[in-house]
Design a protein around this ligand. Structure first.
Ligand code: URA
Length: 438
């Protein structure tokens, strides 16, 4: 097939056949189509978006461009959870053991962080001995034994997405809705998923700045997922302020362990908000997989699994199974920065803004994230936020603790915290954590 014809069809907005979409996916995965032609097609697809039917066919073609994880023998129900990415998003660390402790099988491939968006695999790197380097066969074997396995994205799954994503990144075509949808769903299908609960983030710290954009993405993921044979349940959640109190790898692991271990009354108000999100997605997963008959039954089961310590016990089993050699009752093994400084408010009033984007950029700049894929990250640095939107504060009250390695980093963080956290006279009504339920 002459790839110039495929580019020309897209440029004119003429629908692709299934065979053409398969040729694009397979040619991207094998490297047979040169980058300059794929880039031209991507820009054409950005300007003349794929229809839902084309997107579903392209999703399946990308999913079939590499290996497929065969979950045969893993006890059902299987549920995968995916987040479109945000600042302080450590949900998988709590939700995966929580769901496995409720009897679901959780097999999850996660990514490393890039830009202001953190990645689960980086957070897990904080645990001494823990390995995310499992083959699909290792993951299946582990899930059969203990109901949970979390590993880095396999290079063998949906290789077409890997090739196309790298080109989208450098050709300003990441933002195309059908390309985002096929990228996310192809990896889920190749990973063996049947049911996916999706956390579509909306706000300054996500790639959906407006609710309108998030609604469109959530609806497209659900529609196209259905056409591609997946059950997708997408909720929109707030990412105008970071999720929970911790932003930074070791700090986020510490917060996740606290949420799994402590009664709600002993958590900070930000961690309570994070716990609420975990409860919501936990209950949603139980409901959509038929493990609970109603929302209230599902929530009660999630709450009981957290409070009884069964979720924490599952986290212990999971970490040990993947080589982690730590005691979860004592977090002294977590990497710690050399400097900590409390940042306080100069004004009294109501917290109007804790800008997730600026907080994410501070964490990135002091080393918690990577600007390009090859960057090393510092697991110990980051921020702990002590307030959230709608809280009332008085002069001198701590707003955040900065965890840094140098006085320059502390100064940088303080300068930008002034912009990130705004306090005003008038009361502010915060957005709920779940902005639009699935
Ligand atoms: N996450 C993905 O996996 N792909 C995208 O295109 C965007 C977010």
């Amino acid at each position: 097939m002459d790839f110039r014809t495929i580019i020309a069809k897209r440029r004119e907005g003429i629908a692709h056949s299934e065979e053409e979409l398969r040729a694009i996916a397979n040619g991207a995965a094998s490297g047979e189509i040169p980058d300059y032609q794929l880039s031209a097609w991507l820009m054409a697809a950005y300007l003349k978006p794929l229809t839902d039917a084309e997107t579903a066919m392209f999703t399946l073609a990308m999913a079939k461009s590499g290996e497929h994880v065969d979950l045969t023998g893993v006890p059902k129900p299987w549920v995968d959870k995916h987040s479109t990415g945000g600042v302080g998003d450590k949900t998988t660390l709590v939700l995966a053991p929580l769901l496995a402790a409720c009897g679901l099988s959780v097999i999850k491939m996660s990514g490393r962080g890039l830009g202001i968006t953190g990645g689960t695999i980086d957070k897990l790197t904080c645990i001494p001995g823990f390995s995310s380097n499992l083959t699909p066969a290792d993951m299946v074997a582990q899930a059969k034994k203990i109901g949970i396995a979390v590993a880095g994205q396999s290079h063998y799954l949906a290789p077409a997405d890997k090739a196309l994503y790298a080109l989208r990144d450098v050709t300003e075509t990441v933002g195309s809705l059908p390309l985002i949808v096929s990228s996310i769903l192809s990896k889920k299908i190749a990973g063996g998923a049947e049911t996916v609960v999706l956390d579509v983030k909306c706000g300054t710290g996500s790639f959906n700045p407006t609710i309108d954009h998030a609604e469109k993405l959530a609806a497209a993921l659900t529609r196209v997922g259905q056409q591609a044979g997946l059950k997708v349940f997408a909720a929109i959640t707030d990412m105008n302020q970071p999720l929970g109190s911790a932003v930074g790898n070791a700090l986020e692991v510490q917060e996740a362990i606290r949420v799994l271990s402590l009664p709600e009354s002993e958590l900070s108000s930000n961690s309570k908000r994070f716990r609420e999100l975990c409860r919501y997605f936990g209950a949603l997963a139980l409901r959509v997989s038929g493990m609970a008959g109603s929302g209230s039954e599902a929530l009660a089961r999630i709450e009981d699994t957290l409070q009884s310590g069964r979720a924490l016990e599952k986290a212990r089993q999971w970490i040990a199974a993947q080589g982690g050699t730590v005691d979860l009752t004592d977090d002294s093994w977590l990497p710690r920065s050399t400097l900590q400084e409390i940042y306080t408010t100069h004004t009294s009033g109501c917290v109007a803004k804790v800008d997730a984007k600026i907080i994410g950029e501070i964490a990135l700049e002091i080393g918690a994230g990577r600007k390009s894929k090859a960057d090393e990250i510092d697991l110990a640095v980051g921020l702990e936020l002590h307030v959230k939107v709608g809280d009332f504060v008085t002069v001198g009250q701590p707003l955040a603790t900065i965890h840094a390695q140098s006085s320059e980093q502390l100064e940088y963080a303080k300068e930008w915290l002034l912009m990130a956290i705004q306090v005003q006279n008038a009361p502010v009504l915060p957005l709920p954590i779940v902005v639009r339920p699935a």
